[in-house]
Design a protein around this ligand. Structure first.
Ligand code: KG4
Length: 349
């Protein structure tokens, strides 16, 4: 998505953000670019199914949206009448889930007679780097910068020219990085979502104990399905010899898998930064909570003389603070949204 315009945010603008694209119901309040509250209700109901069940997610959003918005206002010490703008995630995501946040935003905007703006969830992840908290002034990236956007549904390298001018220059051609973590965790019986468990166990293992296939893909695109198959075959072969193989090598398997995924991600990001002569890199999305990836970003920054930006943990998961931030930028550029705007499920930026 590209948009020209004025990105000067009114520091007094009070924005309510609403996020419901997947399995987190979240509401946040921002004054200008400063966070006043950020409330997230995660849905535990999916754990038993090994993945997000769309219909259950929609129903949980319906139950959560009113209490979550009320709590965000309470923590911000504001009333609904104090809001100037509503920003909501329009997509990409699960349509049923998006419909809940979209409908709620439209109803509230109409009831309060205040404007609303629709927000692209992926742009919002990138713009989380511009949220300020408390009294401190956090350093923010300069444009243009590259953002590695890695979650359960996406793995992309985004060239960020300005707050609303972003281009995907590389993306996964099959699985996302988070999916690779989750699927490999599943075959080891580690539950869902597997990324955080692999991270925890992996930090105690030897990252060079095992080697798995790395993709040979042209340009800045990613692929993780080959790695997943290679991991699966390794387990199958070893389990045929020793039924306790996974149990006895869990930490080393997690460490080696984690190292491989991080190496794949960093290789393309650093190549893109070098080719484009960009000295500012950032990471965003659920997988940006991974400690090995965070360490690799810092190490890359030091090695290459670049500035590397890692988001606070609260913004790695789906959250409405980033939606409010993106909404404030969209509003500053003159954008608005109408009752006719329907949610979209597909990835666009
Ligand atoms: O952005 P996100 O919250 O939502 C979706 O895109 O669904 O990302 C969730 C993904 C999951 O695949 C999860 O396993 C992964 O992020 N994840 C992690 C870590 N924390 C979450 N992967 C690796 N290490 C982590 N610490």
């Amino acid at each position: 998505m590209s948009m020209e315009g004025n990105y000067e945010i009114n520091g007094e603008l009070v924005v309510l953000g609403i996020e419901s694209s997947c399995d987190d119901t979240s509401a946040a309040v921002l004054r200008g670019n400063r966070l006043l509250s950020n409330v997230i209700a995660s849905q535990k109901v999916h754990e038993a199914y090994g993945g997000v069940v769309p219909e259950l997610a929609s129903r949980a959003h319906l139950r959560n949206v009113v209490p979550v918005v009320s709590e965000a206002l309470r923590r911000a010490e504001l009333k609904a009448e104090d809001l100037d703008l509503i920003a909501y995630t329009r997509g990409p995501g699960l349509l049923g889930s998006l419909l809940v946040g979209t409908s709620f935003a439209k109803g509230l905007s109409e009831g309060l007679k205040i404007p609303m703006v629709d927000v692209n969830h992926l742009q919002a992840h990138v713009l989380a780097h511009f949220i300020q908290e408390g009294e401190e002034e956090r350093e923010v990236p300069h444009f243009p910068f590259l953002c590695l956007l890695v979650s359960g549904g996406n793995s992309q390298i985004v060239l960020v020219r300005s707050p609303l001018d972003m281009e995907i220059i590389g993306k996964t051609i099959d699985d996302a990085a988070g999916e690779a973590f989750d699927k490999c965790a599943k075959v080891m019986g580690l539950g869902y979502p597997g990324g955080p468990v692999i991270n925890k166990l992996g930090n105690e293992g030897d990252p060079f104990a095992f080697t798995f296939a790395e993709p040979q893909i042209a340009g800045y695109d990613y692929s993780f399905s080959g790695l997943k198959t290679s991991f699966l075959y390794k387990l199958r072969d070893e389990l045929a010899k020793d039924p306790h193989f996974v149990e006895n090598n869990k930490a080393d398997l997690c460490a080696s898998l984690q190292r491989t995924i991080v190496e794949i991600l960093m290789k393309k990001l650093s190549r893109a930064a070098k080719d484009l002569g960009i000295k500012e890199v950032a990471v965003a999305g659920g997988v940006s909570a991974n400690s090995a990836l965070r360490d690799a970003m810092v190490a890359y920054g030091e090695r290459s003389g670049s500035r590397a930006f890692i988001p606070p943990f609260a913004y790695t998961t789906d959250n409405a603070a980033m939606v409010a931030m993106a909404g404030a930028y969209r509003f500053a550029s003159g954008a608005s949204s109408s009752m006719a705007d329907a949610p979209f499920s597909k990835v666009v930026i």
